[in-house]
Write a protein that binds this ligand. Structure first.
Ligand SMILES: NC(=O)C1=CN([C@@H]2O[C@H](COP(=O)(O)OP(=O)(O)OC[C@H]3O[C@@H](n4cnc5c(N)ncnc54)[C@H](OP(=O)(O)O)[C@@H]3O)[C@@H](O)[C@H]2O)C=CC1
Ligand SMILES: CC(C)(CO)C(=O)C(=O)O
Length: 368
């Protein structure tokens, strides 16, 4: 193990999907002591109280991570990293909410729908001062291979983030955890809009819905043709227009792919071909009930649409994508996002939401 200039930290990771496992493995590589807790942890190979993860790609070899037997153990950690899809927030984070204690830092990786603000305000209502942070994306990309191994890519060059409470302390904590790759955007709304997954997945999924319906095996980036690229670029323009209306200059989708996969920025379909050629991309979803829709439509696209409306920005393509997905899935994705109401976005508007974000940043004690 390489030596590190920072102290080894005990870190709990919530969620034992590819991202929770890869995050834990990278924490170990950075000299920390990661622990995993997940609702079922059913995809893990267990040996006693340990999960054995066989890694390939940028992480090579086997790692063993201690599994926490009960969620109550999470209260013992100063730092917790949440690696769950947005459609698990209500269920899983709702169940964990009574367990958080004063002074803990809970980081939501790939945060959607302002989840960190929700966590902090919910804790505050029971008198608990929680520090919450949102990473706009995950430390790396990763997927399980059919043989059960974890394929993980290198760490991303840049991760936009923001936090409640003392931003400088949390930025330093993130750098100590996984290296100097974090950029503090200041406002919690920025990482929510910098998360490109919802628009990228909408563009990848909509032209390929029949493949998903038939359970075909298709390469996600191998099928990222110019058609997908044009849809992704249109959605990206609307995302960036909403961000600009709120005063944020965020990386484009092409810049995000460049920093994530360490490739030259260019036309999106050419970048996708390069990702595919390097063996860094996953298979496309082989079923309709996949997080690329069930997570990203309600907790990504719908939240972006609500923000755009509140900011007075027209997003016809974004709304059309939500309409198509609602129609194909016969589901009301707009109603599935409980955070739009809970954070008062529809009723209070964007100014009220921004002042709540600012208050959470500056106050030593969060609003009760
Ligand atoms: N994989 C990637 O490369 C990337 C992922 N992300 C984001 O990171 C997050 C985690 O990704 P990943 O690990 O791939 O995700 P998974 O879909 O594998 O989910 C992670 C874990 O969350 C739990 N979970 C999933 N769905 C539900 C649900 N509906 N209710 C309750 N628990 C649930 C499961 O726990 P258990 O196994 O214990 O049942 C699962 O193992 C997601 O938000 C994703 O969009 C962002 C960029 C890249
Ligand atoms: C496909 C990938 C790795 C990149 O868009 C991703 O973001 C995900 O699986 O959530």
């Amino acid at each position: 193990m390489a030596s590190h200039s920072h102290p080894a930290l005990d870190v709990a990771v919530v969620g034992a999907g590819p991202i929770g496992c890869a995050t834990a493995a990278y924490l170990l590589r950075h000299g920390h002591r990661p622990f995993l807790w997940s609702p079922t942890a059913s995809r893990l190979e267990r040996r006693g109280g340990m999960a054995r993860i066989a890694c390939t790609g940028a992480l090579d070899g086997d790692v063993e991570i201690e599994l926490l037997a009960a969620p109550e153990r999470l209260a013992g950690f100063d730092t917790v990293i949440v690696c769950l899809p947005g459609n698990a927030y209500a269920d899983v984070l709702g169940r964990l909410a009574p367990l958080w204690r004063d002074g803990q830092t809970v980081i939501v990786s790939g945060a959607l729908s302002l989840a960190p603000l929700w966590l902090r305000e919910r804790a505050a209502r029971r008198g608990c001062e929680l520090h919450a942070a949102g990473w706009a994306t995950t430390p790396t990309t990763a997927h399980f291979l059919p043989d059960g191994r974890l394929h993980a890519n290198p760490l991303r060059h840049r991760i936009d983030m923001a936090s409640t409470g003392d931003g400088g302390r949390i930025l330093a904590l993130c750098a100590a955890l996984l290296g100097e790759r974090f950029v503090d955007a200041g406002d919690l709304l920025a990482p929510t809009l910098a998360n490109i997954n919802p628009i990228a997945h909408a563009a990848e999924v909509i032209p390929n819905l029949t493949r998903m319906d038939r359970g075909e095996d298709w390469p996600l980036f191998g099928c990222f043709t110019p058609v997908v690229g044009r849809l992704a670029e249109g959605l990206d323009r609307e995302r960036l227009a909403t961000a600009a209306a709120l005063g944020f200059a965020l990386p484009t989708l092409a810049e995000h792919y460049s920093r994530s996969y360490h490739i030259e920025a260019g036309p999106l379909h050419e970048m996708a071909a390069a990702i595919q050629a390097r063996g860094m991309g996953p298979s496309g979803p082989a079923r309709l009930d996949h997080r690329y829709v069930l997570e990203d439509a309600p907790f990504g696209l719908v939240f972006q649409e609500a923000l755009a409306r509140a900011a007075g920005v027209d997003t016809p393509l974004l709304s059309a994508c939500i309409d198509i997905l609602e129609s194909v899935y016969a589901r009301d994705f707009r109603a599935e996002n409980f955070l739009v109401d809970e954070l008062g976005l529809a009723s209070g508007g964007v100014a009220a939401l921004r002042s709540r974000c600012a208050a959470s940043r500056s106050a030593d004690t969060p609003p009760r």
